[in-house]
Every structure is written in C-alpha cells, then in structure tokens.
Design a protein around this ligand. Structure first.
Ligand SMILES: O=P(O)(O)O[C@@H]1C[C@H](O)[C@@H](CO)O1
Ligand code: URA
Length: 335
C-alpha cells in the first residue's frame, strides 16, 4: 500500500480494507480481489458471470452489448454527471456544451427506449438523471458502470449534482460530501444481500473534493463547504421532518437529532450519498457528490424559495463541476 495524505476514519468492517490508488481511496475486499482498474484506466468489473453472457442487456438504459457498439458510442466518455431530475441533467448537458465549446451535439435522450431515465452526451460528458433515492440511483449507477466497462472508457470520474437540506449553513450554500452517513448513523451503505446485511464504506475521494472546492471563490457569491452528508431513505420521517403525513416524535426530538448530526460533522441531508460513495469506490472510480442546500433544517422543514430561486441555486453545483471538467479536460486535451 502506498502512502497518502488521506485521513479518513476506517470503518469497523472486517470484510473490507482501504487501498490507495494514486492517492485516491479505493476499497477492496479482503481475500484476493485486485484493484479494479486495468492498466489503461478502463474499468475491471469483478463479476465473472458477465464474461459468460452472449449479450448483456442493460435494461433500464435501453442498451445491450449485441445490438449496440458501446465502445464506439461511449468509449470517449471521461465524466458522468448524475442528478435527480431529467430537466436538471438536460440543463447540465447544455451548460457543458458551452463550457467545453462543443458545437456538434444533439440533446437526444439516449435511454428513450427504456422510458426510465434521461441521458444526454456532450463530447466527453454523459449527463443522466437518477430519480429520487438510493434504489433508483443505484440501478442507474450500476448500469452506468457496466456501460463504461463495455465501452472501455478510460479513467472516468462520476459526479452527482443534487439538492439537499442544510444544517446550520445559509440556504443556497453548496456542500461537497466527504462521507455519507446512513439513517442509523454509520458511514456505510447497508444493503441486504442473500438475506444478510452487507455494509459498504461510504467515503468520498478527498483530493477530488478539495480540487472542486478550490475552483470556487468569493466572487461566485455562494459558500462551498466540504462536510458529511446524511443519506436518508425518506424525505419526511427519515429526515426528521415534522410535516409528513406521519410524525411520532416532538419538535424537541427533531432539533436534538439535527444538532447531533451537525456535531458529527454532517452539513447536509439528501437521499443518495452513502450508496453513491460505496458503489463508485467498489468499482475503483473517483466520484464526488456536490449538492446545494435549499433550506436550513434547523429553521424549518418546508422548501419555500420560489421557482426562479430554486432553479438558480441548482445551477451552483453545475458551476462547480462544470469548472472542474473544463479545467481537467482542457488540460488533458492540450497535453
Ligand atoms: O438530485 P436531487 O435533487 O434529486 O437530490 C435530492 C435527494 C432526493 O433525490 C431528492 C428529494 O427531494 O432531492
Ligand atoms: O431537505 C431536503 C431538500 C432536498 N432534498 C432532500 O433530500 N432534503
């Protein structure tokens, strides 16, 4: 293991060990699993069953490996950016066309046969929505990982640009997640597999977060922080709201819980961070979760800014990630 300046807290999970790859944190299973990337930066998925398929149907994206030349279609992808809504991801595709000065692109929904998600491609950028919550996001993410694998895309980076509720920070601030915290306050994504709960560490790439934060200055007019992100499995009780159809705790309980989260270093609450960190790490792919906060949860539960403000705030994560891509891609294409 090479040394690294990463100072993450290691999870109490004996099934996994941290592995540093070019200073990026990658998690690998004890007993045998190698670092998942190939020498050329393409993904090496550790599922041998895939090699036995005549054709792999990537069902929710509407592709398969027999009828589509995924390498020709997506081999040049360097960045995948995902977020909840179709509209936001279409806007992000347009934003990236401007940032990268891409002239010949079409805003065609590439997944239209499946009617599930919307995916756009602009030069080296794939922009795709994932819907709400971990199950919807992880289906999309796993199929994107397979797509990148079959396409032999080199060293792809995956971003999530989202919205969230903030804790003790001004609404409109942007939070870049350093780790995800689940609903029982562990820094893991917990998923039952074959009847047993699997816990996968949910830690983000520290260097990538810092690089993103460094691209924003006071002149941008919003605060950008690095901090913990709670990923809840629900928008209402799961996020300690008082305004859902059910509420079986008091306002004092809610406030005490939110203070407890803030004391642990949580800066915002959304619904995907844990699984997003876990699965990108497992695939050996660098990733960052960049979310704007729509309200301070210590001051309320309802999302009240008007439509224009909400749309304007959602452009902030686009700005952060767009700047990173323009800088990285510009440097790379000049090299
Ligand atoms: O990317 P989005 O804005 O969908 O992220 C958050 C978390 C949930 O998906 C959703 C809840 O309103 O917003
Ligand atoms: O409070 C909020 C706002 C947006 N998204 C969430 O998940 N929670």
């Amino acid at each position: 293991m090479t040394s690294c300046d990463c100072d993450y807290i290691l999870p109490n999970n004996k099934e996994w060990e941290p592995h540093y790859n070019n200073c990026s944190l990658v998690w690998r299973r004890y007993l045998g699993a190698a670092c998942p990337k190939n020498g050329d930066g393409s993904l090496r998925l550790l599922n041998e069953n895939l090699t036995k398929l005549d054709s792999d149907v990537i069902y929710h994206l509407g592709f398969d490996t027999f009828h589509y030349d995924l390498s020709a279609m997506f081999g040049d992808v360097k960045f995948v950016c995902m977020g909840g809504t179709k509209q936001r991801m279409k806007e992000f595709a347009k934003h990236m066309a401007k940032e990268l000065d891409v002239k010949n692109y079409q805003l065609t929904n590439l997944t239209k046969h499946s009617h599930r998600y919307a995916m756009y491609k602009v030069g080296p950028v794939l922009s795709v929505n994932h819907g709400i919550g971990i199950p919807s996001m992880t289906i999309l993410l796993q199929e994107i990982l397979k797509l990148l694998y079959y396409a032999k895309a080199k060293d792809p980076i995956i971003f999530r640009i989202g919205t969230s509720g903030g804790l003790k920070i001004p609404p409109g601030s942007v939070v870049i997640s350093s780790w995800g915290l689940n609903g029982t306050l562990e820094k893991t994504y917990n998923i039952p597999v074959l009847g047993t709960l699997r816990k996968i560490p949910s830690i983000f790439d520290k260097r990538l977060s810092q690089e993103l934060q460094s691209l924003i200055s006071d002149a941008d007019g919003f605060e950008t922080l690095i901090g913990g992100t709670m990923a809840a499995d629900d928008f209402y009780r799961g996020q300690a709201r008082l305004d859902g159809p059910f509420c079986d705790y008091t306002e004092q309980d809610k406030i005490a819980f939110l203070h407890k989260l803030a004391d642990m270093g949580v800066r915002n609450i959304e619904m995907e961070a844990t699984a997003f960190a876990a699965y990108t790490n497992e695939a050996g792919v660098r990733a960052a979760d960049v979310c704007v906060t729509l309200l301070d949860r210590l001051k309320g539960d309802q999302v009240k800014p008007d439509k224009a403000t909400l749309l304007q705030w959602q452009e902030r994560p686009m700005k952060v990630v767009g700047r990173y891509i323009a800088k990285y891609y510009g440097n790379n294409s000049r090299a």
